[in-house]
Design a protein around this ligand. Structure first.
Ligand code: NAP
Length: 340
């Protein structure tokens, strides 16, 4: 295949490029040049540009398929769809499960999508990100028609090169534990966790691209398969350590002003607005060929990648609890037990 990758230098797109190169496909990468290209740079054609400013760099050329990994606002997806129409056979857009309107119920691909009062906003934040992804999908479908488009809606994407630090926090934190060290952890061992290894997402995307298979697919681990307890055990196994988990209820976390998802990454309270965010149906993607690697492999590879980073890049500035806040939380959690 001759493939154009919008994005491609950082995380999801990087793994897609690697999956394409492993198959012997011809790859063109389009990005701004703010991120450094990985070691395979010499094996791809590179076009530089900011898609929000102009697409001049893409004004010539033909490809079998384009994969769009960095579309966040409808106008930029509409512009790339228009620019490439007639010169590319198929368009695969990386959307998100955040596109669904309601995360209190488990969503499949037929669920209602989020809406915005101001559809023209270009502010991408926690409130607008999901509905904007839904609007990007719709903009693309209007330009190209559903038969020429694939929409993949990944859940939390994890694994090596993840810039968000969310999932990486747990293998890294557990690997630093002393034997039997108490570590505060959120919720209960049975709370559901769902994600997608970026490499499994990439393999699935390439599988669909190679078949020009149109449709909408949630890309997630099977709903109900993974619990928070199992994730922590996988972290302990990967690091070869045996800490003591000290479970903090949603009320205890709220009392200590410890935020789900950010301070306690990957975890969301089982009640409330995001109750079923981690229980999305991945059945359609599984039937279409999505294969999920064992969780312990995802955890071990993420840990190995993080351990290989230069020390200044190992610091958790975006997710996780600073040691002093973790100690405060732990002191509060252990107090009642000690008094009992
Ligand atoms: N991370 C998750 O948990 C998650 C979950 C669900 C869905 N997703 C979706 O997955 C996709 C990929 O996420 P990611 O974190 O890998 O991507 P990302 O960091 O947002 O984008 C990275 C790539 O896009 C390029 N890029 C960014 N803005 C650009 C612009 N204006 N013009 C041209 N190139 C641009 C970057 O290179 P330069 O910086 O050099 O331009 C880089 O190659 C996104 O669409 C996201 O919505 C992510």
């Amino acid at each position: 295949m001759r493939c154009l990758v919008l994005g491609g230098s950082r995380f999801v797109g990087r793994h897609i490029v690697e999956a394409l190169l492993a198959r012997g496909d011809q790859v063109t990468v389009f990005h701004r040049g703010q991120s450094v290209l990985p070691p395979w740079a010499g094996r791809v054609e590179r076009r530089l540009g900011d898609r929000r400013v102009d697409l001049q760099a893409l004004a010539h050329g033909t490809w079998d398929v384009v994969v769009d990994t960095c579309g966040y606002i409808p106008s930029e997806v509409r512009a790339s769809a228009r620019c490439l129409k007639g010169r590319v056979g198929h368009y695969l857009y990386i959307s998100s499960v955040s596109a669904y309107a309601d995360a209190t119920q488990p969503n499949d691909e037929t669920a209602a999508l989020g809406q915005l009062e101001d559809e023209h906003t270009e502010v991408v934040d926690g409130r607008t990100y999901g509905p904007l992804k839904a609007l990007c999908e719709q903009a693309l479908l209007r330009e190209w028609g559903p038969e020429h488009c694939t929409l993949i809606r990944p859940g939390l994407v994890v694994g090596p090169h993840d810039p968000t630090q969310r999932f990486t926090w747990w293998p890294a934190r557990v690997s630093r534990a002393q034997p039997l060290e108490p570590i505060p952890v959120p919720g209960t061992p049975d709370d559901p966790v769902q994600f997608i290894d970026a490499r499994d997402l990439a393999t699935f995307a390439v599988h669909l691209m190679a078949r020009a298979q149109a449709g909408v697919f949630n890309a997630v681990t099977p709903a109900g398969d993974i619990t928070f307890g199992a994730l922590l055990e996988a972290c302990a196994e990967a690091a070869g350590v045996r800490p003591t988990w000290v479970w903090a209820s949603p009320e205890q976390l709220a009392h200590a002003e410890v935020r789900p998802w950010v301070d306690m990454p990957v975890w969301l309270p089982p009640e409330g607005e995001y109750a079923a965010f981690m229980r999305v149906s991945g059945a359609r993607a599984a039937a279409a060929g999505l294969r999920i690697r064992p969780m312990v492999q995802t955890v071990a590879d993420t840990l190995a990648w993080w351990q290989g980073l230069p020390p200044d890049q190992q610091a958790f500035t975006l997710a996780g609890l600073r040691p002093e806040r973790e100690a405060q939380l732990l002191a509060g959690l252990l107090k009642p037990t000690a008094a009992a």
